[in-house]
Design a protein around this ligand. Structure first.
Ligand code: UDP
Ligand code: MG
Length: 313
């Protein structure tokens, strides 16, 4: 019999975990596979870890890994995927926004030979601003980035062992999963599910974190933003030269009229602004190189379930 690993990153999910687990258990009954759970505690500050310990004690197929601090969802995902031993992996959130009820369908497509079965959510019930911002982001990102990203498609998906190994072979430190999933390719199937409003606890995204996520996404994939910097620089220089020529000609026709305070100041401000933006862009890339060269691990483990320790020994 084949084995399915369910990987769940958990950060301060004490209110969701048991509910999630009950729900998942109910649904995976219909999946003709051996099931294992890999729960990753991403340095939670609440009772998440002790709940996971209990679950792992009670049930043989529940494994957990606990980080020494909060390393972020991307790190939790990679840890979970590394520890998964199944023929296929389902990656999902703990807050039931990813309904376990579609796991059987995902499995069905996996059996049919798909390597990535991607769950796409519609955005029903989300607030207007969030919808707009997401839409804008995808439009911009797809223009700038070489990989295609679809709105409503997140981390919730099934990966075959082959796709999983491909993903794990990408070892970069700055991980932008959405892009990486798309970058690896393989045979994909998209299935839809109804958007769920988070049942318990708080969502961890606010406007700034979404903006940062967006910038990361664009910068992790290629150097087009640097190219944009070069083009804008060229355009502005060109406009500057045209303007100088106009002044120069004007001088011969009309003589000096008003002192050019306004134009001088606006040129300084404009150029100063543009330069700062692109210094920032360049700085971002250098920052990324800096982080990559440090070659630090994505996460540090504080504690694992007993079974995990046996495996490592
Ligand atoms: N998560 C995590 N580390 C973090 C933030 C979130 O492991 O630093 C987990 C969280 O427990 C949940 C999933 O990632 O299982 C998605 O988080 P959330 O629901 O806050 O995000 P959203 O659903 O808004 O994308
Ligand atoms: Mg959520």
């Amino acid at each position: 019999m084949k084995k399915l690993s369910i990987v769940v990153p958990c950060y301060n999910e004490e209110l969701s975990i048991e509910h999630f687990f009950r729900e998942a258990e109910k649904q995976v009954e219909q999946v003709p596979a051996v099931i294992e759970y890999i729960m990753v505690d991403d340095g939670s500050k609440d009772r998440t870890l002790s709940l996971l310990r209990n679950l792992a004690d009670k049930q043989e197929n529940v494994h957990y890994i606990s980080f020494s601090r909060n390393f972020g969802k991307e790190a939790a995902i990679i840890a979970g995927l590394q520890y998964a031993s199944g023929d296929a992996v389902v990656l999902m959130d703990a807050d039931l926004q990813h309904p376990p009820s579609i796991i059987p369908e995902m499995w069905k497509y996996f059996e049919e030979g798909y390597d990535q079965v991607i769950a796409k959510r519609n955005r029903n019930g989300e607030n207007f601003m969030r919808k707009k911002v997401s839409k804008l982001f995808y439009r911009l990102a797809n223009r700038l980035v070489d990989v295609e990203m679809t709105d409503g498609v997140g981390d919730f998906r099934l990966l075959s062992r082959q796709a999983l190994n491909a993903l794990l072979s990408l070892t970069e430190y700055n991980r932008f999963s959405k892009g990486l999933f798309s970058w690896i390719g393989f045979k994909e199937k998209i299935i839809e599910f109804e958007n769920q409003v988070r049942a318990e606890g708080e969502g961890k995204w606010n406007f700034t974190s979404l903006l940062n996520y967006g910038i990361d996404g664009i910068l992790s994939f290629n150097n087009k933003p640097l190219r944009v910097a070069i083009y804008s620089g060229l355009c502005i220089t060109f406009l500057g030269i045209v303007y100088l020529m106009i002044i120069f000609v004007n001088y011969f026709i009309n003589g000096i009229s008003t002192p050019g305070y306004f134009t001088t100041i606006s040129a300084i401000i404009l150029l100063g602004g543009v330069q700062l933006i692109f210094l920032g862009v360049i700085g971002e890339y250098i920052g990324r190189i800096y982080y990559e060269t440090k070659n630090r691990p994505h996460y540090l483990i504080k504690e694992k379930s007993q079974k995990e320790k046996d495996d490592d020994a």
